[in-house]
Design a protein around this ligand. Structure first.
Ligand code: 6GU
Length: 274
């Protein structure tokens, strides 16, 4: 996969040289280039922003440097993209709190692309006409990490590149560690423990020392249910409860949920959870 990141703070992306993603770049699994938006300006001051039409606080990023930068990276499309890839055009991801939510499902979709381009906005954002114009060359996807505001797209790009990059073939050594993760099955992950089995008067749950793999798998599944009900009950509305075993169904009943037409429904009389 090829990734281009355009930013006025290229140094902000330095962590992409480290750890798993840095290794993937060294191994040739990921071809990632960071571009300085100011290299695509033509004035002496390398200006990238101006005041907003209509007034208001802050500054807006000027369109022309963005058009120059994006045309340049679109022209550098990898040769493999003519035959492979899914969308035909490279995908332009614009990090923004006003974007669609970046989820694990989105990470999987984007990991199947040949080329991703990230446009890091700063200030109040990028002139909207850039996103319209870019549609001729890219599939444009404004994307948000969640409902809070960052100062610019760079930190969001670090998160998204890590989430996407670890899904590329060969990046994570043991592909099994991709399977049993939070969110891949719509539930949060179960708690984990390591040695010693007794630590500061706290014991590892006995079932994990039992050697009974069926019991352990069931305990872990029920811990996933409990955690998800406590911390992220919103996820349970989408959970497919159609094929649960009797024991699994009972675990949900104990948490205050009934199964109705293959879906979980919170029982109206269920008490407050602690
Ligand atoms: Cl993707 N960008 C910015 N600037 N702020 C955010 C965000 C993205 N996601 C949440 N807040």
């Amino acid at each position: 996969m090829r990734i281009d990141v355009v930013s006025i703070f290229p140094d902000y992306l330095a962590p992409l040289q480290l750890s798993l993603i840095g290794k993937a770049r060294q191994d040739g699994l990921l071809d990632l280039t960071v571009h300085d938006l100011r290299d695509f300006t033509t004035d002496r001051h390398r200006t990238v922003d101006d005041t907003p039409y209509g007034g208001g606080a802050g500054m807006v990023m000027k369109p022309e440097p963005w058009a120059q930068a994006l045309a340049s990276v679109a022209a550098a499309r990898p040769a493999s993209a003519d035959t492979a890839g899914t969308s035909g055009k490279p995908v332009l991801i614009v990090p923004s709190p006003a974007g669609e939510r970046f989820t694990q499902a989105a990470a999987h979709e984007l990991a199947a692309e040949e080329q991703l381009v990230f446009a890091c906005g700063r200030y109040e954002g990028i002139d909207e006409r850039v996103m319209e114009w870019a549609g001729e060359h890219f599939t444009v996807r404004p994307m948000s990490l969640g409902d809070y505001v960052l100062n610019g797209g760079e930190v969001a790009v670090l998160a998204m590149v890590e989430a996407i990059g670890r899904l590329l073939p060969g990046v994570v050594g043991n592909p099994e560690s991709l399977v049993e993760e939070s969110h891949s099955d719509g539930l949060l992950e179960y708690p984990v423990y390591t040695k010693p089995s007794s630590w500061r008067d706290r014991e590892v749950p006995a079932v994990l020392l039992s050697g009974n793999h069926g019991k352990i798998a069931q305990w872990r599944r029920h811990e996933q249910y409990r955690r998800t009900a406590e911390r992220r009950p919103d996820l349970l509305a989408a959970f497919d409860a159609g094929a649960l075993t009797r024991a699994d169904r009972t675990a949900f009943t104990d948490l205050g949920y009934d199964v109705v037409a293959g879906r979980l429904r919170r029982r109206p009389d269920a008490g407050d959870r602690e």
